[in-house]
Design a protein around this ligand. Structure first.
Ligand code: DGL
Length: 264
């Protein structure tokens, strides 16, 4: 059976396009409906109450488009609101945290994992809880990296100052001797090279967008609701406000030009 309903993906803004990119790589025939809450970002520094409220509204928007699965691309929303979102619907809901935690546990050899994300994600301790549920011998070293999101949005990926900021945040994790790090935020995959260099390319880097896309594919296959059409799927993008430099920021995340953007 072929299910042509779209995959619904939301994020606090355009960062979730890192997840769209991975989903399109491994599920090119699927249709995608994306919602980026650009009017209300960032979520990373907001209260639990607001993050839950916004995440519920975003989910309702996707549900109104008759999607077959909801993907919470935002780490902060996953950390704080996944449970509330799951209560809203019978269709599957996939977040970014469980798949990322699973991948990191599979990678680590010395049982020392670093997790980086927004303050909201790190304070929730959701990554730590998931990792310890899988293996309670593992030590988790968490670090909120508040400046990484604005750096990426500014496009300062290869600047010298960015390498200094990476070093400032990640030195404690290096000293702790982690052998695996989870990029627990939509924006951080864009800093992957700088982070890898800082660790002299000696550690495993888990891109939570990539593990999440794999989990989406697995879930659709398990439920037998993949789209078996031979044509490339469509991607439709909705945002709650058009930010300055919208297409520039968007194409940086997606690595392709994107069209059909609607403001809602
Ligand atoms: N999307 C958020 C996350 O992955 C980062 C941006 C924000 O703080 O809204 O945690």
């Amino acid at each position: 059976m072929s299910d042509t309903r779209a995959i619904g993906i939301f994020d606090s803004g355009l960062g979730g396009l890192t997840v769209v990119k991975r989903v399109r790589e491994i599920l090119p025939n699927e249709n995608i409906i994306y919602f980026g809450d650009t009017a209300r970002l960032p979520y990373g520094s907001k209260s639990r109450k607001k993050i839950i409220e916004f995440s519920i509204e975003n989910t309702n928007f996707l549900l109104s488009h008759n999607v077959k699965i909801i993907v919470v691309a935002c780490n902060t929303s996953t950390a704080v609101a996944l449970y509330e979102i799951r209560k809203m619907t019978n269709i599957p809901v996939i977040g970014v945290i469980a798949p990322g935690a699973r991948a990191a546990v599979a990678f680590t050899k010395n049982n020392k994992i670093g997790v980086i994300g927004t303050a909201g994600t790190i304070n929730s301790e959701e990554y730590t809880k998931h990792i310890l549920e899988l293996n309670d011998k593992i030590k988790v070293y968490s670090q909120a990296c508040g400046l990484f999101v604005p750096i990426v949005e500014e496009g300062w990926i290869d600047k010298e100052i960015t390498n200094h900021i990476i070093a400032e945040y990640l030195m404690p994790l290096k000293i702790a001797g982690i052998d695996t790090i989870i990029l627990g935020c939509t924006h951080y995959p864009l800093l992957k090279n700088g982070i890898a260099n800082f660790f002299e390319n000696k550690i495993n880097i888990v891109d939570s967008a990539e593990s999440c896309a794999a989990a989406v594919k697995e879930k659709l296959a398990e439920l037998n609701i993949l789209n078996s059409s031979a044509a490339r799927g469509t991607a439709t993008f909705f945002v709650s406000d058009t930010p300055a430099k919208f297409s520039e920021i968007g194409s940086r995340f997606l690595d392709e030009e994107f069209s059909a953007i609607k403001v809602v």
